[in-house]
Design a protein around this ligand. Structure first.
Ligand SMILES: *Cc1c(COP(=O)(O)O)cnc(C)c1O
Length: 392
């Protein structure tokens, strides 16, 4: 080998996109602690604490609650492959990219999939689901709580009522809501939920917390065939996370240190305080955007606080603004996906990234980037931001 690359020195980016969010300094410190064996008594204690903290953050008493080794999509796949056998009837609510992905995973797992679509940018509606169901019964109803591709937050109790009507278990994508907006899996009657570490938990990507209700557990026990995926088979994983501690795969030790610290930080702050913090900084950011002359993709009650989508004005180059922010200000924001590609920006104020300093930095940088493209701001955006904080 002619030359060995030098030791890594990553740029200090401010991550204000749809994920990953900034890893908090506490979590970064935890990740760097000495690695122990995955059956070490010290590590077994950590596993129990992680499970217990996860239950609190998910709002559940579910025994079957633990992190899967993999990103949020592995959590999605875990919920679906374990609850689906060939011919299982699944209704998926689609209001963005992640609903599309759930339908695809369910089809590949052999389910008979029906989809209910609403306009991207809207929360999922009970009416759309009932119409698509057409009076038939289903085994599973799958919906996304926080659609990160558009910035819409769906209200769960009305969707649970639909699941009851269909006779279905309710599967919920909580990847962008865990550690942000409050989660109440038990109160909402959610049967299977999955999440990810790299959004509002401010941990790097790599683990996917999942939780299964007693009803879902019964369904698993009644399976006729073994789960197609050996790696994601909950009956095997539960033997490692449960009392048996049977080897299945080597748990990502240091990532679990990171998740342990991330969950601790959430509980130290308190769940209601954390939800309010996400709300406050999202409101300030939106006020700043409005003053810049920009309009939001999602209006009203269905808005997701950890992620705001903003329309790109006609005469502004969408990708050029993002690269300006990255080059001139070290700030990463996201563009649109699917039908929204090139048309919107997605700004995440997630976990430790949700702060007044970050709102002001991002608004100032966007003002500069817009004016660089000759787009004149309407008002004093920083003033509009300050007014929201003054009222808080
Ligand atoms: C990010 C995200 C996922 C996928 O998670 P990965 O960690 O990228 O695999 C799934 N659902 C939603 C709502 C997300 O925001």
């Amino acid at each position: 080998m002619s030359s060995i690359p030098s030791e890594l020195s990553p740029p200090a980016r401010l991550l204000l996109g749809p994920g990953p969010s900034p890893t908090s300094p506490e979590v970064l410190r935890a990740l760097g602690k000495p690695t122990v064996g995955h059956l070490d008594p010290f590590f077994l204690g950590i596993m129990d604490e992680v499970r217990s903290m996860l239950r609190t953050v998910f709002g559940t008493q579910n025994e079957l609650t633990f992190p899967m080794s993999g990103t949020g999509s592995a959590g999605m796949e875990t919920c679906l492959v374990n609850l689906i056998e060939p011919g299982t009837r699944v209704l998926v609510g689609i209001n963005g990219v992640f609903g599309v992905r759930m339908a695809e995973v369910a089809r590949r797992a052999g389910a008979e999939v029906q989809v209910a679509k609403v306009l991207w940018g809207l929360p999922m509606s009970a009416e759309a689901l009932l119409e698509a169901a057409g009076g038939q019964s289903f085994d599973l109803l799958c919906v996304v709580h926080a659609e990160t591709s558009t910035g819409a937050l769906s209200e769960i109790p009305p969707l649970r009522a639909v699941a009851d009507q269909l006779g279905a278990l309710l599967v919920l994508d909580c990847v962008t809501s865990i550690g942000g907006p409050t989660l109440e899996l038990d109160a909402w009657g959610v049967d299977a939920a999955y999440a990810g570490t790299q959004k509002c938990l401010s941990c790097p990507p790599g683990l996917a917390p999942v939780s299964f209700s007693p009803r879902a557990q019964e369904r698993l026990a009644k399976r006729k065939r073994a789960v197609q995926s050996w790696y994601l088979d909950l009956s095997l994983i539960a033997n490692y996370w449960g009392a048996e501690r049977a080897y299945h795969h080597t748990a990502p030790i240091n990532m679990l240190y990171g998740l342990h610290e991330a969950l601790r930080q959430v509980l130290l702050e308190g769940l209601p305080a954390r939800a309010l913090r996400h709300r406050l900084h999202a409101s300030a950011f939106r006020a700043g955007c409005t003053a810049l002359g920009l309009s939001m993709v999602v209006e009203g009650a269905g808005r997701l606080d950890p992620l705001t989508s903003v329309h790109c004005p006609e005469d502004v180059q969408e990708a050029q603004l993002r690269s300006f922010l990255l080059k001139e200000h070290n700030i990463e924001i996201g563009g649109g996906l699917g039908p929204m590609a090139g048309k919107i920006w997605r700004i995440g104020l997630m976990g430790s990234g949700s702060s007044r300093d970050n709102v002001e930095r991002c608004i100032l940088a966007m003002a500069e980037a817009l004016s660089d493209q000759g787009f004149g701001s309407k008002g004093d955006a920083l003033q509009a931001v300050a007014e929201v904080y003054a009222k808080a």
